[in-house]
Design a protein around this ligand. Structure first.
Ligand SMILES: [Zn+2]
Length: 348
């Protein structure tokens, strides 16, 4: 093994490796055990999607119930995340920390207090609109509309709950308005620079700068159609990291590879799903989502070695791999479980 490969192996094994968005079949029979691949690839934390704007609430709730039960049933493998310290604990114990994310505000049923309910169920990040406009915000493949008054209330509820405010999939104007509210850090959990790949799902330099200005993080997406390489090769991911670091610095860049685990033979499509509406053909989706290549979890160690090979300092590699997102989680996520009293509390 070369010196570089050995240095990369050691760094990767010790680092917090944070994958900000992972997809499994949205079916209660889906087996979370497949996430062993993430653990084997050195991941410390994954955010698992539990629903999009296109999924009915009963589907989202049964998936959440199943995924939560599976996390509890396999303490040898998983640490269900309440706070950032659960991620640190998972690392120390060689386990995978898992939280959930929502893609779109339709599952909130127009009620801002639903944010806190989902938070209590383990959801730690959400964005407001999935590709298409809804009653609260614009989606990236639709008419560019402002946030609605209800959208502003939901943004406030997301910060009040202690959830990550995500703006992936969100329309340009709505995302800038969210960042302009000044309530705290905003993330792109899985998005790439539009300057490298011109797709409305990717972020403009204005959005990227605005995100960094909130103290947020842009997590590079591993979906080939949003990269310069449709095969989602590791060099294209590194190119996206380079581009972002050159503009906003290593403190504002992370990873959200968006890997979709195979369907396990399960059909998770809502019965009346209109693929051409949610993944519009004129935006280049062709026949829906079939045939796209996505970076696999096994590319995580390649990313570490590639960053070192490109001359990144080890501290910066650790930031990009996960410390940026861990720091945000420490600043954002609030415990739902009672916390032990601080040891220096005065006796009463
Ligand atoms: Zn997504």
């Amino acid at each position: 093994m070369s010196d570089l490969a050995e240095r990369a192996r050691r760094l990767h094994a010790r680092a917090i490796v944070w994958d900000a968005h992972v997809c499994l079949p949205l079916h209660p029979d889906a087996d979370l055990g497949v996430l062993r691949r993430h653990l084997a690839a050195g991941a410390t934390f994954v955010s698992v999607n539990v629903g999009m704007d296109l999924n009915p609430l009963p589907q989202i709730l049964t998936v959440l119930a199943s995924f939560r039960a599976q996390l509890r049933a396999r303490p040898d493998l998983f640490v269900p995340v309440d706070t950032a310290e659960d991620v640190v604990r998972a690392k120390a114990q060689g386990k995978l920390a898992v939280a959930f994310d929502l893609e779109g505000a339709i599952p909130l049923c127009g009620r801002p207090e639903m944010v806190r309910l989902f938070y209590d169920l383990g959801v730690r990040q959400m964005h407001l609109a999935y590709n298409r406009n809804n009653a609260v915000a614009g989606g990236c493949y639709d008419e560019d509309v402002p946030l609605s008054p209800l959208g502003r209330e939901i943004v406030k509820a997301i910060y009040a709950a202690g959830m990550f405010m995500d703006v992936s999939h969100t329309g340009h104007r709505s995302s800038l308005e969210i960042m302009d509210m000044g309530l705290g850090p905003v993330i792109f959990s899985h998005a790439n620079p539009r300057a490298l790949k011109d797709d409305k799902r990717n972020a403009t330099l204005e959005q990227i700068r605005a995100c960094a200005a909130t103290g947020g993080v842009i997590c590079v997406n591993g979906v080939g159609r949003f990269l310069t390489d449709p095969r989602a090769g590791t060099p294209a991911i590194l190119d996206a990291v380079d581009w972002l670091v050159e503009r906003v610095g290593p403190a504002h860049v992370g990873l959200g590879l968006d890997y979709s685990y195979p369907t396990q033979g399960l059909d998770d499509s809502p019965p009346d799903l209109d693929r051409d509406y949610w993944w519009p053909r004129r935006e280049g989706y062709g026949s829906g989502l079939t045939g796209i290549r996505i970076a696999a979890p096994e590319q995580l160690p390649e990313i570490t070695e590639g960053l070192l090979a490109r001359g990144y300092a080890e501290d910066d590699v650790r930031r990009i791999l996960g410390e940026n997102m861990l720091a945000l989680a420490r600043a954002t996520w609030k415990p739902t479980r009672p916390q032990p009293p601080a040891s220096n509390a005065p006796a009463s």
